[in-house]
Design a protein around this ligand. Structure first.
Ligand SMILES: [Zn+2]
Length: 161
């Protein structure tokens, strides 16, 4: 991919800009021009609006990768996950800032923008989204720390305490 094309596509890569069907409410990422969910696709052409995904979601499925693809050699083992966003679309991405053994189904994560890889000798650096745990309290093993039920303690209180 040329550098010019890469930067043209950058807003979508950085912002998780999808589209939303204003007829049925389905959110798409990447954005779609028509809604495949609605029975009359062509009627949705004028009804699709840009939609900004929050980047919040939870791990729906994941795999620990031990054999890295070219350009990812420095990062093994790492976790690739399917993340179901709160808005609906399922995104694929690497889960970072957590050891692979601690990732589990249902882990709350948030999209974060990171360097993905360097390309060739030119050293073109590609950035994109990865996922990191949404809250520190979500990744802490229950055996460590106080045994305060999550429901009664706001995350911000626990961080500042
Ligand atoms: Zn629709």
């Amino acid at each position: 991919m040329s550098i010019a094309r890469f930067w043209r596509e950058t807003p979508r890569r950085y912002n998780l800009g999808g589209s939303n069907c204003t007829i049925c409410g389905t959110v798409y990422f990447p954005p779609r021009a028509v809604c495949p969910t609605c029975p009359h696709h062509r009627q949705t052409l004028e009804k699709m609006v840009p939609f900004q995904l929050s980047g919040d979601g939870e791990v729906f499925s994941f795999t620990v990768v031990h054999d890295a693809a070219e350009g990812f050699e420095m990062q093994v083992p790492y976790v690739m996950a399917l993340v179901k966003t709160v808005e609906g679309p399922v995104l694929t991405g690497q889960v970072v800032d957590i050891s692979p053994g601690e990732v589990q189904i249902g882990l709350k994560v948030r999209a974060t923008f990171r360097k993905l890889r360097e390309e060739g000798k030119a050293g073109v650096i590609h950035y994109g989204y990865k996922f990191s745990p949404a809250l520190e309290s979500d990744v802490r093993p229950p055996s460590r720390g106080p045994t305060v039920p999550v429901e009664t303690a706001a995350p911000t209180d626990r961080v500042s305490a």
